[in-house]
Design a protein around this ligand. Structure first.
Ligand code: DGU
Ligand code: CA
Ligand code: CA
Ligand code: CA
Ligand code: CA
Length: 196
């Protein structure tokens, strides 16, 4: 999908409360200046904050992506499309299991998924185009992360598909198709990587 011109401008992060579901019905949400400009400044705010157990579906994040989506625990996303990722697309801020399916992201100068708290990230049926890294665990940090990539198409990646500094990271890749992705898996020697 492309961003629609009648986008809802978000100037205050939308909080999806614990255990609740936010269904955007296919609408486009774009960040207003109060959240940031969609560039690489680290001080930007997210359009959505997903509390523990929240679900987000049928949402297009439009052409100011600011700091995207923050998760605070377990979360499920379905049919979520970033048309021009801002500083990053989604950050795990609290530990939990995050599942993303039937979704896409493009235009990420740097990272798409930033994992700052331990847990699992499971992605199924996802298209990534024009990005720095698809998945990055927090730079220089150790943590137990399980990263599961299923049915992924990734094109035009500048740095890596998955990059981690954690010696205990586990990466499982099942049907990952790439074209012009540089670096692929940048992991410590002791990490576990399984490619099917
Ligand atoms: O370098 O935490 O890029 O959450 C360490 C920092 C950095 C984060 C991250 C983010 O990794 O600011 O956007
Ligand atoms: Ca960042
Ligand atoms: Ca961008
Ligand atoms: Ca960020
Ligand atoms: Ca960055």
């Amino acid at each position: 999908p492309t961003a629609s011109s009648d986008a809802q401008v978000v100037n205050e992060s939308i909080v999806v409360k614990a255990g609740e579901t936010f269904d955007g019905a296919g609408k486009t949400f774009t960040a207003g200046n109060a959240l940031g400009d969609g560039g690489q400044s680290e001080s930007q705010k997210p359009l959505f904050i997903l509390e523990d157990g929240a679900q987000l579906k049928n949402v297009v994040i439009g052409d100011n992506g600011a700091d995207g989506i923050h998760t605070r625990g377990d979360a499920k996303l379905e049919n979520v499309h970033w048309t021009d990722v801002g500083e990053d697309a989604l950050t795990m801020k609290g530990s939990g299991d995050v599942e993303i399916k039937d979704s896409s992201a493009k235009g990420a100068a740097d990272k798409i998924f930033q994992l700052n708290a331990p847990g699992s990230l499971t992605i199924d049926n996802f298209q990534a185009d024009d990005f720095g890294k698809l998945v990055r665990t927090n730079g220089g940090q150790q943590g137990d992360w399980d990263i599961n990539l299923n049915n992924i198409t990734a094109t035009n990646g500048k740095h890596a598909l998955v990059q981690s500094d954690s010696s205990t990271v586990n990466v499982n890749a099942n049907n990952v198709q790439t074209e012009n992705v540089k670096g692929m898996y940048k992991l410590p020697e002791s990490a576990s990587l399984s490619i099917q």
